[in-house]
Ligand binder design. Structure first.
Ligand SMILES: NC(=O)c1ccc[n+]([C@@H]2O[C@H](COP(=O)([O-])OP(=O)(O)OC[C@H]3O[C@@H](n4cnc5c(N)ncnc54)[C@H](OP(=O)(O)O)[C@@H]3O)[C@@H](O)[C@H]2O)c1
Length: 243
């Protein structure tokens, strides 16, 4: 989807906090009607939607656990046709996560949403991922993040396998991969378990992207004239040099 976001309809999965929330705000500021998806943090998602409307935009908070097919169907019915689908929601490090949950959310649920969504013929899908996941085969990660990294990479690969079929429908896929981002829940959890993690990443990379910088790249990827399957890298020069 090239051009303006004005009056386009966008869904941001996992828009209740962190990168997803900032992505939703930026999409709203650019004129899109934003559906802010969340799993359980209704108040946070409603606050994000209100921030968008207070700034002059339009937004709706929509609840759906992406691993619950009935909830996804209900959400899709509420939204209708989509121009931009930002696959941002991610998980698997939750304390109570069942075995296999990371793969169900980060691969299976991403594909199921793409299949269920009513995507406009020129729609753009943006898959949000981390360098730790994208470069999972090349570089080891922390053991706690390992199932997340492996399942997110599996999700990315499964989506990429859909590119020919999506292209036939006029739909594009862009992957946006970023280095570790301070202030996010994942980085905070990893820092807590392995003190020095964030400084170590900053030392290797030179600097780390901020939530605002990363979200701006996600939003740019929603309309930039990029070939389907393109990957946008944000930060982490050392990963790219080694690749
Ligand atoms: N953190 C980093 O350093 C970093 C770096 C580069 C890329 N990324 C990528 O950026 C994206 C967002 O990361 P983040 O750190 O901002 O995430 P986060 O803070 O963990 O937020 C996760 C979001 O996903 C939602 N969510 C979780 N499980 C869900 C489910 N089953 N169904 C629907 N929504 C669900 C949560 O909703 P509730 O609040 O309602 O639970 C929340 O809004 C991820 O794809 C991640 O790989 C992160």
């Amino acid at each position: 989807m090239n051009g303006s976001l004005a009056r386009r309809v966008a869904l941001v999965t996992g828009g209740s906090r962190g990168i997803g929330a900032e992505t939703a705000r930026l999409l709203g500021a650019a004129g899109a009607h934003v559906f802010v998806n969340y799993r359980e943090k209704a108040r946070r998602a409603q606050r994000v939607a209100r921030e968008i409307t207070d700034a002059g935009g339009t937004a709706t908070a929509v609840r759906a656990d992406l691993t619950d097919q009935a909830a996804v169907s209900a959400m899709v019915g509420e939204i209708g046709r989509l121009d931009v689908l930002v696959l941002n929601a991610s998980g698997g490090m939750e304390r109570d996560a069942a075995p296999g949950y990371a793969l169900r959310l980060n691969r299976d649920a991403q594909l199921a949403l793409v299949d269920a969504a009513v995507l406009a013929p020129s729609a753009r899908i943006v898959f949000v991922t981390s360098h730790q996941a994208h470069f999972h085969r090349e570089r080891a990660t922390h053991p706690e993040y390992e199932p997340v990294a492996a399942s997110k990479r599996a999700g990315e690969d499964a989506l990429r396998a859909r590119v020919p079929e999506l292209t036939e429908r006029g739909i594009g896929l862009v992957v946006v991969s970023g280095d570790m981002i301070e202030g996010t829940t994942t980085a905070t959890l990893l820092e807590r378990r392995h003190p020095g993690t964030i400084d170590d990443r900053r030392g290797r990379a030179g600097s780390l992207p901020t939530i605002a910088e990363f979200a701006a790249e996600v939003v740019a990827a929603a309309t930039a004239p990029l070939e389907s399957g393109h990957t946008v890298y944000v930060g982490g020069g050392d990963y790219l040099e080694a690749a």
